[in-house]
Structure formats: C-alpha cells, structure tokens
Design a protein around this ligand. Structure first.
Ligand code: PMV
Length: 316
C-alpha cells in the first residue's frame, strides 16, 4: 500500500492580528521555509479500525481512540471522517512532523491540522476542496485559540497571501512586486489563547478604547493592501511600525519582541513589528533587496534564536 503525504506551510501575519478577531481585516502570507508534514499508511496487520498516531517532535505515540476527546489530532481526524460521512477508519498509521516552531505565532497548529486532514482524506480515497479543509481546520483551531478569527487556517490551507476578514469570503492576494521579510524568533513560547483572552478582558473593561485601536489597525491593513497591490512595498515599512505601536497599546507586545524590532530597524529594516499572537514568538521586518542577511545577522546578535528570510509573492 502506498503512503499518502501532505504538507502545509507556516504563516506570518503581516498586518492586523488581534483586531481581526473583532471583525477588522488582516493580511497574512505563507512561510514555505517551515512546514508541517503528515504521512498516512495502511496497517494491514493492525486490529480493524485502529489508528496509530505518531508525532515524534512532541513525544506522541498513541492509539487514536485512547487520546482525550479534545486532542487536536483526534479532533482533526474525527472531523474528517464525519465530513466524509464515514463511520470508521481503516487501520492505519499517521506520522506527523513539523519544522514550524510551536506557540511562536507561525501557525504551527493550523498547518498540522491541514496537513493531517489532507493526507488522511487522500488515504481514504476521497477529496475535500480547500474551503472544506479550511473549515475543518478552523474547528480544530478553536481548541488552541478559544475564539480564532480563522486567518491562520485560511492562509495555511490556500498557501497564498490572503486578505482575510471574518465572515467574508477569503481573498487571495495579488502581489505584483515580491518583497522580502526577515522573521526573528524571541524563543519565548506564548500560546495565542492567553494573549487573545487578555485582549478580550481589556476590550470588556474599556470597549470604546479597544474599538478605536482596532479601527486604527483596520485602516493600516487597508493602506497596506493598496500599497502591495500597487507594487509599492516600500510604503509598508512605516505601516508596520505604526501597527507595532498599536499592538503595544493593545497590550500584546513584550520587551523581547521590542528589542528585536528595534535591532531590525537599527540594522536598516524599513519597518518591523511582532507577528501573530505576540507576548513572545516571532517578529517580522521588511527589508530592501540585499539587506536580508544584514538584518538577520543583527537579529541573531540581539538574541533571536532563529531567523528566516522569506519572500511575499513570487521571488524575483
Ligand atoms: O496563531 P498566531 O499566534 O499567529 O495568532 C493568530 C492571530 C490572532 O489574531 C492573534 C488570533 C486570531 O485568531 O486571528
């Protein structure tokens, strides 16, 4: 029996995190340098219906039925079976690996879900379109985030830059002039759910202030979209800086993130901000062609444990 493999990329949020949970738009893009991978193969000798799940990165080696009901892998697989109208799985082994750092704002949870759902669907000899795959991954995201906006599962499923707004059809983004981003990891693990829940507390305590902050973020996202579509990526630098200021006011930045943001700017980045849930995880910096290595080196010298150089749009 052949093995069925699927992969899904990591992602960064270029503009609009957190405000997107409250209905404002966001722009996100895949990061193909880091990926989650799922491989499903039949186990003809295993007891009927037994699904063996292996995720060596997190030390998981278990029988699916024995995992708790709210385990993300269990949920992804059960939801897929349900979506396909199948009662029971053929006996199989599912192996999940990922090079996307965990709890770092790079969408590792969504990428694992999408890779698993795709590989398992192919193993079952069926097809699900991207919209349905994204919707299933969204259900799993609720375990990680509580109240996810849906941006992570969308960008990871479509594997293209997206303009995302809750309850609106997903818009795949055209990037006429590709631009380069350097990602720097603070290595401070920060589960998105905590940051999202703290923002909710702030919003509940002072709704008008947070609504104003979210509106300001939403305007930046619109301007950024226009700049990208006009091929004027250079304009994005100041917009990133302004988005970072607003994220600081929203309360999701951290000294480690700001240290790296400042280091990137000092090394010549056109703009920089945290990306994703914040409090830790990764920051991103917009760089001019030829500047990526200098900025990456400055980030490493300032304590980034990992840097990734990536292109948004097709690398020239
Ligand atoms: O998964 P992360 O850390 O990239 O965060 C996703 C972005 C948030 O806006 C903070 C949450 C969401 O659901 O959109």
């Amino acid at each position: 029996m052949p093995a069925f493999t699927a992969t899904a990329p990591g992602k960064i949020i270029l503009f609009g995190e957190h405000a997107v949970v409250y209905g404002r738009p966001a722009i996100a893009a895949p990061v193909n340098q880091v990926r989650a991978r799922a491989v499903v193969s039949a186990d003809p000798l295993a007891p009927s219906g037994q699904v063996h799940v292996l995720a060596p990165d997190i030390g998981l080696d278990a029988i699916l039925d024995e995992l708790p009901a709210d385990h993300p892998l269990k949920m992804a697989l059960y939801l897929t079976l349900e979506e396909l109208g199948l009662g029971r799985s053929p006996a199989c082994t599912i192996r999940v690996t990922s090079t996307i750092p965990l709890a770092a704002g790079l969408g590792s949870g969504a990428a694992v879900s999408v890779a698993v759902i795709r590989a398992y669907t192919a193993f079952l000899g069926r097809h699900l379109d991207d919209g349905r795959i994204s919707a299933l991954a969204f259900e799993v995201e609720k375990l990680y985030h509580g109240t996810p906006s849906g941006v992570d599962n969308s960008v990871v499923t479509y594997g293209q830059p997206v303009y995302f707004q809750r309850d609106q059809p997903i818009e795949i983004f055209h990037v006429p002039n590709a631009f380069q981003i350097v990602i720097g990891d603070t290595s401070v693990a920060s589960p998105t759910a905590f940051a999202v829940s703290d923002v909710r507390k702030g919003w509940q305590a002072d709704g008008p202030r947070f609504e104003n902050l979210f509106d300001a973020v939403g305007e930046i996202v619109q301007q950024a979209r226009q700049a990208i579509e006009a091929g004027q990526a250079g304009l994005l630098g100041p917009l990133m800086d302004r988005n970072q200021e607003l994220l600081e006011e929203i309360g999701v930045s951290s000294p480690e993130l700001e240290w790296l943001v400042d280091a990137a700017r000092a090394a010549g980045a056109l703009g920089a901000k945290l990306s994703g849930g914040g409090r830790g995880g990764n920051m991103i910096a917009l760089v001019e062609p030829g500047q990526a290595e200098t900025v990456a080196r400055a980030l490493s010298a300032s304590g980034a444990t990992r840097t990734i150089e990536t292109w948004i749009g097709k690398k020239p």
